[in-house]
Design a binder for this molecule. Structure first.
Ligand code: SAM
Length: 401
C-alpha cells in the first residue's frame, strides 16, 4: 500500500470536501482515483475549478499575484500573436469560409481568446469579421471570468457563445479551429501500477477521516485496452496515469468538427517518453501558490491536480475517428515556426515581450515541456507554419515497440 496521508491540515476531516468524500466512501465504497480527482476538481460545491480555484480564494488561480500556477497565455499575449498567424493560414487553407469557428475549450480566465481577438483585429484581415467564437467551459466561476474578460468584444459585436460541454455542439457543425491550452492535463485520470501478476488500480479510501490510497482490482477493462492499444508493456513497479476522458474527448472533437484543425497545447509526452524509466512514478502533480506536490490528498479542493498528456494516445485515437495527424512539435519550435523572433525584434532585452518570449521558448522549461499536437479534418495536406520546425521525427507518435 502506498500511503498518502493528509499532513497539511487543509484536507483533514475539518475540510468539507474531505468530509463529503469520506461519507461517500462509507456509503459506496472506495473511490477510483479518477473519481476522487473528478470531485477534487469539479465537485459542484467544492471542486477546485468549479469554485474558481478553491473556496478560500478571491483572485484567479491562473497567473498574477497569489495565483497557483502560470499558463502560457497568462504570461504574455505573444502566444496569441503567434497563434493568429496560424489561424490566418488555416483560414486560407479552408478557403476563407463565411463563418470561421474559433472554439476554445477550457479557456480559464479568457485571456487567450481576448488576446487573439485583439491581434486578429489589429491584423486588419477579413478573418476578424468572420469569427464566431465558442467557449466550452464547465466551471461557472470561470465562465463568469471569461464573460468579464470578453465583454468589450461582445459589445463590439463579435459572435460569442458559451457551452458547458461538447455534447451541446451539433455534430459536424464546425469549420475553423478547435483550440485548447492546458485543458487535457486537467481531466481526471485513473492511476495504475504494474504488479507481478498484472495491473492494479489506485483507489481512495477513508482512514480515520483522512484520505488514503490503496491498490485494488481494475475498475474497468478499458485500462488494459488503453495500454495494449499503444503496445505498452509496463515493467513491474511502474506507476502511471491513464486519461480515459481524453480518449472520449478527442472522439467528441472529431465529431463536432466538419472542416478544420485541432490545436492541442499541453504538458505531455509521446508514448515512448511517457513510459520511460524516469516517469516510473507517474506524472501526477498538485499546484498551490506555485509550489508543487506529488501528494494529491493535500489541500483537497484548494490545489490544482494535473497529469501529463499522452499525445500518442490522442493522435492514435484521432486517426481512428477521422482526425489526421498534421504534426507534433514542442512549444519552442511551434512559436519559432510562427515567427516569434520577428515579433520581438528590435524590442529592449528587458522588455516584457522579450522576457516572456524567452520564458516560453526556454529549452529546459516551457519551450520543451509543452507540446503542440495538430490534427486536421476536411483539408488536404495542410503544411502549416507552426509545424515548420519539427522537434521530433515524423514517426514519433507511433506506438512503442
Ligand atoms: C488549467 S486551466 C487552463 C486555462 C486556460 N486555458 C489557460 O491556459 O490559462 C483548465 C481549464 O479547463 C476547464 N475545464 C476542465 N475540464 C473541462 C471540461 N471537461 N469541459 C470544459 N472545460 C473544462 C477548467 O474549468 C479551466 O477553465
Amino acid at each position: 500500500m502506498n500511503k498518502h496521508i493528509d499532513n497539511q491540515g487543509m484536507a483533514s476531516s475539518a475540510s468539507p470536501i474531505v468530509k463529503q468524500m469520506t461519507t461517500l466512501i462509507e456509503e459506496t465504497g472506495p473511490l477510483t482515483f479518477a473519481r476522487f480527482m473528478e470531485l477534487a476538481l469539479y465537485d459542484e460545491e467544492y471542486g477546485y475549478y468549479m469554485t474558481g480555484g478553491g473556496l478560500s480564494r478571491s483572485t484567479t488561480p491562473i497567473g498574477g499575484e497569489g495565483s497557483d500556477f502560470f499558463t502560457a497565455p497568462s504570461l504574455s499575449p505573444i502566444l496569441a500573436k503567434c497563434l493568429v498567424r496560424q489561424l490566418e493560414e488555416i483560414d486560407e487553407r479552408l478557403g476563407h469560409p463565411p463563418v470561421f469557428h474559433l472554439v476554445e475549450m477550457g479557456p480559464g480566465d479568457g485571456t487567450l481568446l481576448r488576446d487573439l481577438l485583439q491581434e486578429c483585429q489589429e491584423q486588419q484581415g477579413s478573418l476578424f469579421s468572420r469569427l464566431a467564437c465558442i467557449l466550452v467551459e464547465r466551471s461557472p466561476a470561470f465562465r463568469r471570468r471569461q464573460r468579464d474578460a470578453l465583454a468589450a468584444w461582445q459589445e463590439q459585436g463579435v459572435g460569442m457563445q458559451w457551452v458547458d460541454d461538447l455534447q451541446s455542439i451539433p455534430g459536424g457543425s464546425l469549420t475553423g479551429t478547435f483550440l485548447s491550452n492546458e485543458l487535457v492535463d486537467a481531466f481526471p485520470v485513473h492511476r495504475v501500477r504494474m504488479e507481478e501478476d498484472g495491473l492494479r488500480e489506485s483507489y481512495v479510501i477513508n482512514c480515520d477521516n483522512a484520505l488514503q490510497e490503496q491498490w485494488g482490482e481494475l475498475s474497468t477493462p478499458e485500462l488494459v485496452s488503453f495500454l495494449s492499444g499503444l503496445d505498452v508493456k509496463l515493467p513491474v513497479g511502474f506507476i502511471t496515469e491513464i486519461n480515459l476522458e481524453a480518449v472520449q474527448w478527442i472522439k467528441q472533437v472529431a465529431m463536432v468538427l466538419d472542416r478544420g484543425v485541432v490545436i492541442t497545447i499541453d504538458y505531455g509526452h509521446t508514448a515512448q517518453d511517457y513510459y520511460a524509466p524516469e516517469r516510473k512514478n507517474g506524472t501526477l502533480m498538485g499546484y498551490y501558490r506555485h509550489t508543487v506536490t506529488t501528494d494529491p490528498f493535500t489541500r483537497v479542493g484548494e490545489q490544482d491536480l494535473t497529469a501529463h498528456v499522452n499525445f500518442s494516445s490522442l493522435a492514435r485515437t484521432g486517426e481512428q475517428v477521422g482526425l489526421t495527424t498534421t504534426g507534433f512539435t514542442n512549444l519552442q519550435h511551434f512559436l519559432m515556426g510562427l515567427g516569434i523572433e520577428e515579433l520581438v525584434e528590435g524590442r529592449e532585452q528587458e522588455s516584457d515581450a522579450v522576457r516572456t518570449a524567452a520564458q516560453l521558448l526556454r529549452p529546459h522549461g516551457m519551450g520543451t515541456t509543452f507540446k503542440v499536437l495538430m490534427q486536421h479534418k476536411g483539408i488536404v495536406v495542410p503544411a502549416l507554419r507552426g509545424l515548420r520546425h519539427r522537434a521530433f521525427f515524423e514517426s514519433v507518435l507511433e506506438v512503442v515497440h
